[in-house]
Design a protein around this ligand. Structure first.
Ligand code: GTP
Ligand code: MG
Length: 182
């Protein structure tokens, strides 16, 4: 069986822990604690180390999924978790002001990993974001002129979560084909 390490990145409340829980049918390890972050006081709990789950995909492959903590003071953890990852999912909370700037910030962190790290971007909370500018954000979602897939996602919805992983797997496969055939 093939296994792929995948990291889920995104700001506080974007839905990382929710995504990991909704697509993991079985046991999930999380490190959520009561939230004391003054910037996110509306949120009851927050992740302080990581979320982890094994996910068996319908095609027989296995994902080892790591959700990062969203609080800015944990940003030193992101590159550490990305070591050895085949793919990353970036969640953007569509309700927030400055989504495009936030996206640019994450892309700067991800860019040094090069094309060996497959990427997908998903925008959450769209049901609560009447001013969402999906087309504008999609235009921002690129590294060195290479467009990245950008999808809507309700992180609570298992089907949508699995579809997102499907898109990521296609990106991983596409890279494997390119490296295999020069
Ligand atoms: N209405 C709505 N709620 C959503 C959507 N996606 C996720 N949520 C909810 O938003 C909240 C997200 O919380 P978490 O999953 O803990 O977010 P997180 O990214 O892990 O946050 P930190 O660990 O604090 O960085 C949960 O209450 C989800 O149920 C969506 O598309 N629409
Ligand atoms: Mg979390």
């Amino acid at each position: 069986m093939r296994e792929h390490k995948v990291v889920v990145l995104g700001g506080m409340g974007s839905g990382k822990s929710t995504l990991v829980r909704s697509i993991a049918a079985g046991t999930v390890v999380d490190t959520d604690v009561a939230n004391s972050d003054r910037l996110g006081a509306y949120k009851a709990s927050t992740t302080v180390a990581l979320d982890y789950a094994d996910i068996d995909l319908p095609n027989g492959e296995r994902l080892r999924l790591y959700g990062t903590p969203g609080q800015q003071r944990f940003d030193f953890l992101w590159p550490i978790l990305l070591q050895g990852a085949r793919g990353a999912v970036l969640l953007l909370d569509g309700r927030r002001a400055g989504v495009a700037a936030e996206l640019d910030g994450y892309l700067q962190v991800l860019r040094p990993f090069g094309p060996a790290l497959a990427l997908v971007v998903a925008v959450t909370h769209l049901d609560q974001a009447p001013a969402a500018a999906m087309e504008q954000w999609a235009a921002h979602a690129q590294i060195d002129g290479q467009p990245l897939p950008l999808l809507p996602l309700d992180a609570r919805d298992r089907e949508q979560g699995l579809l997102l992983m499907d898109v990521l797997m296609s990106e991983i496969e596409a890279y494997a084909l390119v490296t295999a055939h020069g």
